[in-house]
Ligand binder design. Sequence first.
Ligand code: B12
Length: 214
Amino acid sequence: MDKQELINKIIESVIGGDESEAEALAKLALDQSFDPLEIINEGYVTGIKQVGDMFESGELFLPELIQSAGAVKKSTALLNDAIKGDTKKDKGKVVIATVEGDMHDIGKAIVSSLMVANGFEVLDLGRDVPIMDIITRAEEFGAQVIGTSALLTTTMVKQQELEKTLRKEGLRDKYKTIVGGAPVTVRWAEKIGADAFAENAGEGVNKIIDLIGG
Ligand code: B12
C-alpha cells in the first residue's frame, strides 16, 4: 500500500470509529517505515478533526466521537512510542499536563513524544490535572519548563490560573511556561503572561529550545 492510500484508510477508520483497523494501519505504517509523525498528522489528526467538525454540525454524536477518539488514542500511542526513540535526554526538563476539567490528551501526548525525541526529559502528568499538582510536581522534578494543554474554552482559564499561582507563590521566574490546545492562541498566551504559545508539536519543541536554549 502506498503512503497516500494508507493515510486515506486511516482517515476512514477514524471516522468510522474502527479501533482495530486504525491500530492495524498504525502497525502497517511502522512496518513500512513511514515517518510516524507524518502518519499521525496527515492520518489520525486529520481524521479526528473531521470527526470534531461532524460532531459540531450534529452529523455525529458523543458515542461516535468517543469511539473515534479511542481509535486515535490507541493508534497514536504506538506511533508516539516510535517517535520517542532512544535519544539522550539532556536538553532540559519539561513538565506537561492537560489542565483540570479537561479530558483531551491526544495532542498533548504527541507534543510530549516529540519533546522526548528531541532530547528533553519529560514528565507527562496526564489529563485533568489541578494547577497546584502541576506546580508541586514541577518543583519535585526540577523542571525548567511547564507546558499546559487546554481543549475547551471553559478550561483555558486554568492556564491563566497557573500563571497567577506561580506569581503568588514567588515561583514565576523559576519556570518558562508554554501553552497549547486547539482554542489557545498567541493572544491568549500574551494576555495571561505565558512565555510561549505553540500551534503544534513541532513548533512547541522549537519554542522550548528558544526559551531554554536546549
Ligand atoms: C477527540 C475529542 C474528544 C475526546 C477526547 C479524547 C482524548 N483522550 O483526548 C472525548 C470524546 C473524550 C471528548 C470529550 C468532550 N469534548 Co471533545 N473533542 C475532541 C476533538 C474531536 C479532537 C481533539 C483532538 O484530539 N485533536 C487532535 C490533536 C492532535 O490536536 P490538539 O489537541 O489541538 O493538539 C495539537 C495542538 O493544539 C498542540 N497542542 C496541544 N496541547 C499542547 C500543549 C503544549 C504545551 C503545546 C506546546 C502544544 C499543544 O499540539 C498538538 C499536536 O499538534 C475536538 C475537535 C477539535 N477540532 O479539536 C473536540 C472538542 C475539543 N470537544 C468539544 C467538546 C464540547 C467536548 C465535550 C464537552 C463533549 C460532551 N458533550 O461531553 C467533552 C468534554 C470532556 C472534558 N471534560 O474534557 C468541543 C469544544 C468546544 C469548546 N468551545 O470548548 C470540540 C472543539 C468539538 C466541537 N467542535 O464541538 N472530546
